[in-house]
Design a binder for this molecule. Structure first.
Ligand SMILES: [Zn+2]
Length: 264
């Protein structure tokens, strides 16, 4: 039994409660599957760059979903940015607590072209005209012993995230022998250090057999894209704390990076 913050209907109710029709809008996007909608949340700041944050593309990785909700409920996201938030990008998988969607599809391999799953198609269509200063996708890993991240687009945001978790005393995965990175993430195809993997995006695309959300955004609309992984064997509260700390540290690192350039 995986600990979790609650059911999908409860998640929807909590997000809907934050809709104010002005700064915060909470929408239900139709997918091409009858009866299946996706939550899409926009938090607007005047003339501010946009950060995208997504969670729940794998239905058995609930900590990111509830950490993201908590960050917005507690107004912890920096108000100097706008946000496009995808609270749970695989609702049918979340409801069933399965990695795949109800169609038996790993949605996180379907972000190629215009999207090859109903969920990816709806997300890519809704994101079509947006560009992002930063994209974050929140995951969990049952083989990890601590937090780690994937970073696309260059820069130091991932390292800043690891430092922030260190300061909070949260466990970082050394990415040495604790789990076996295979295929596109072996040493020939990625740079790996404590808590951070920088994959070769084109090799990863070829070997995964489909584009992940982060790879798709890194290729097109996002300057930086990071995927966060918390260790699912760890305590629920620890995993929530890791995702919260990581999201806030990434936004702070972006703000610092932007300080040398004017926001536009
Ligand atoms: Zn995942």
């Amino acid at each position: 039994m995986i600990p979790s913050g609650g059911t999908y209907p409860e998640l929807v109710r909590r997000w809907e409660a934050m809709h104010d029709g002005d700064r915060v809008s909470v929408d239900h996007l139709e997918t091409r599957r009858v009866g299946r909608t996706l939550l899409c949340v926009d938090i607007r700041a005047e003339q501010a760059p946009t950060i995208s944050i997504a969670a729940g593309v794998h239905g058995d990785e609930p900590a990111g979903v509830w950490a993201l909700l908590g960050l917005v409920e507690d107004s912890e996201l920096d108000a100097r940015y706008s946000y496009r938030i995808w609270p749970c990008t695989n609702p049918s998988g979340y409801a069933a607590r399965t990695r795949q969607s109800a169609d038996g599809v790993d949605v996180n391999r379907t972000f190629g072209r215009l999207g090859t799953s109903p969920e990816a198609r709806a997300i890519l269509a809704a994101n079509r005209d947006l560009t992002f200063a930063l994209s974050l996708d929140l995951h969990e890993d049952c083989d990890a012993s601590g937090f780690y991240c994937y970073e696309y687009g260059g820069g130091e945001i991932g390292r800043r995230v690891i430092s922030a978790l260190d300061e909070e005393g949260l466990e970082i995965d050394p990415l040495e022998t604790t789990f076996n990175l295979a295929g596109p993430l072996d040493d020939a195809h990625s740079m790996r250090e404590r808590g951070r993997v920088v994959p070769d995006a084109s090799e990863e695309t070829a070997l995964l057999g489909g584009l992940s959300y982060s790879l798709a955004l890194a290729r097109g609309s996002a300057r930086h894209a990071l995927t966060f992984e918390t260790p699912s064997p760890a305590a629920w509260g620890t995993r929530l704390a890791m995702h919260r700390c990581a999201v806030l540290a990434a936004v702070a690192a972006l703000l610092e990076e932007s300080a040398s350039m004017p926001l536009k």
